[in-house]
Ligand binder design. Structure first.
Ligand code: ADP
Length: 396
């Protein structure tokens, strides 16, 4: 059937892709090209439970998309089933409040937002241009991480700095993980009738992590800001802290403010505190064998996540649902338990047996009998949202 969508997610040094069929319900093939820009880049295809790896002579986005095109030429049934391409785009600024069909004006708009996402947006624009070149007949759609949060009220999205910075430079909170939050909101409405009319808190906890409050299906506040550095402690990012630290670190280490910022972005968070790893699984293993630094890092992560859940909850009338998602939210029963232990004052309680037995990759209700809020584990599916947006836009 002719109903497949190629979903492309271009990072600064990677390109993830997937081809989804059957209204996004079936993943035919998926893969990742990584270490782009180095001499050791390769692309992996996962098809029919088997993995194949192709080394890239020249590791760049164009070659990665060319390899996808070549793979498709050898699987012509899938190639002929393609009807469009959906691109994940990190930053849509204030220009993009929803997904859009891509034309030159949209590419220019994505490029204009590069100042806020200098590693990602230029890579997205490149990926889109290459895809137009290699798949000239296919319509393409851009799906923005920031778009879902364009419903925030000014008192939530403005920073308390001189207004001229907002007027002249658009410095404000944008928020990220919007495609994930939109998926969770819609999925929750399907599995828990009426939840789209209620107050929902979501913790998207992966290497990057954020929280979001969803009021009647719309984002009312989120923890990330003008960039994904604000808010929670993350794998390598510090999250929110006293901005004076940038000046202290740069003076103490005799480095520039940008270099200090780089430390907050790449050497902080779980990695910086544990001095072991940014990876939650590795830290849980270290903690299990008695490493106190790993435990401290994980417990700080949990405490700060709870704080940012409460912070965004101030925009809700009631907290009817709390959802954990993302690699950590879906898989770490330890962190879910510690996070919820900080939310007792709000009467949010989980059942420890249900929490520990939550099956991997499934939607699961882990609420305790005495909880005011229903607590869920729901695996996110950003690729599905991108495919559905693409189908919907190309059919109109
Ligand atoms: P991102 O998309 O932001 O790169 P993911 O959502 O893939 O991140 O989440 C990655 C994180 O999820 C890593 O810290 C990883 O250790 C954690 N994770 C994955 N599986 C497990 C697990 N079984 N237990 C604990 N943490 C896990």
């Amino acid at each position: 059937m002719k109903d497949s969508i190629l979903v492309i997610n271009c990072g600064s040094s990677s390109l993830k892709f997937a081809i989804l069929a059957n209204a996004g319900q079936t993943t035919l093939v998926e893969g990742i090209a990584d270490r782009l820009g180095s001499s050791e880049s390769s692309i992996t295809f996962k098809y029919q439970e088997k993995k194949s790896i192709v080394m890239l002579d020249e590791g760049n986005h164009k070659n990665a998309v060319t390899q996808v095109k070549l793979w498709l030429s050898a699987h012509s049934d899938i190639e002929h089933s393609l009807i469009g391409i959906g691109h994940r785009v990190v930053h849509g600024g204030e220009a993009f409040t929803k997904s859009v069909l891509i034309n030159q004006e949209v590419i220019n708009g994505i490029t204009d937002c590069s100042k806020f996402a200098p590693l990602h947006n230029p890579a997205h624009a490149k990926g889109i241009e290459v895809a137009f070149e290699l798949f000239p007949g296919l319509p393409q759609v851009a799906v923005f991480d920031t778009a879902f949060h364009q419903t925030l009220a000014p008192e939530q999205f403005l920073y308390p700095i001189p207004m001229s910075f907002y007027r002249e430079h658009h410095f404000r909170k944008y928020g990220f993980h919007g495609t994930s939050y939109r998926y969770i909101s819609q999925r929750l409405a399907q599995i828990s009738l009426g939840s789209d009319q209620q107050g929902v808190l979501v913790a998207h906890l992966g290497n990057g992590a954020s929280t979001c409050a969803i009021n009647h299906g719309q984002s009312s506040d989120t923890s990330m800001g003008i960039t994904p550095l604000e808010g929670l402690m993350m794998g390598t990012r510090s999250g929110s802290l006293d901005p004076s630290l940038i000046s202290f670190i740069s003076h103490a280490e005799n480095i520039s403010a940008d270099e200090a910022l780089d430390i907050l972005s790449k050497k902080s968070g779980l990695l910086g505190v544990s001095e072991i790893s940014n990876d939650c699984r590795t830290l849980e293993e270290a903690m299990a064998s008695g490493d106190q630094r790993a435990k401290l890092a994980l417990d700080m992560f949990a405490a700060r996540t709870a704080k940012h859940l409460v912070s965004v909850a101030t925009t809700l009338e009631s907290i009817d649902h709390l959802v954990f998602t993302g690699g950590i939210g879906e898989n770490s029963s330890y962190l879910r338990q510690v996070i919820c232990s900080h939310l007792k004052a709000l009467n949010i309680n989980i059942d420890s047996t249900l929490n520990e037995s939550a099956p991997r990759g499934a939607e699961y209700d882990i609420t305790a009998n005495n909880s005011n809020t229903t607590v869920w584990v729901i695996p996110t599916n950003e690729e599905l949202m991108i495919a559905l947006d693409t189908i919907s836009l190309i059919q109109h």
